[in-house]
Design a protein around this ligand. Sequence first.
Ligand SMILES: [Zn+2]
Length: 312
Amino acid sequence: MLHPAFEEIACNICGQQKTKIIYPSTLPQDLSLAVTERFAPADHAKGNDQIVQCLNCGLAYANPRMKADYIWQGYSDAVDTKYVTQAEERMRTFKRTIRIIEQYQPQKGKLLDIGCAAGFFLKVAKDAGWNVQGVEPNKGLATFGAARYDVPILSKNFLSSELEASAYDVVTFWDVLEHVPDPSAYIRESHRILKPGGFLFLNFPDFGSRLAQWSGQKWWFLSPVHIYYFNRQTISALLQKEKFAVQKINMHWQTLSLGYLFGKFADYNRFISKTGVALSKMLGMYRLPVRYYASQAMAIAQKPHTSYDKTH
Ligand SMILES: [Zn+2]
């Protein structure tokens, strides 16, 4: 019998229910693990719910999984202490990201960052001359970010934010889509609020990457907090289904400090991890910024212009 806090769900892209099991569950299927532990925003809890793959379209996802109300409760109330310690490094990543965005939208304009956490990206975009706004369900992160960086952050669920239609030049999702119960609804809502010709930028841990294939169930990104596991094909299918034109899917490089990265490596090899943390501290290199590729990909998509374009 399925615990009442859990449910079976259909594929979020094609609606089909026929799946095969990829990884068995390693977590209790009840409430013995607190939702704020399961859904801590960035500091991934260990283990995974059962991961299945849709036999029709190939989307991989957690199923059965906790009902959406519990997931939202987890995100709203979780306290993540490690996330903000990496502000400087995350901002380095975002400085490169904003330059990529400006290749598509050189005239800049109105930018909305969904799931903006403590507003690091908003701060970087604002400094680069963008008119920014953020949405973040985690109350602690939203309050902290708005005060620290003087950026507007709505502490809400994006889907109930009632934002203006066709108002934004750019919408971004950093480390978000794999977390939300209904990714299709997020992409659809992004399409509604973007101006015609506006761009959507998002990153996702690429389940089809060699690293993901090679590390199997030990993959860094396999976590109860990630309820969808996209690859290049399924992210494209999702974007096209919601009327976006996919422009490009790139490898996404990030920056974190050497010590933090060694700490993360504990999932693979505890000895290397501990030695690495100790060594980097000893050599005064704990905070050394390191650019790394951890099987993240970035998708760039455009809301097509309408057939009638005033500028022509
Ligand atoms: Zn499917």
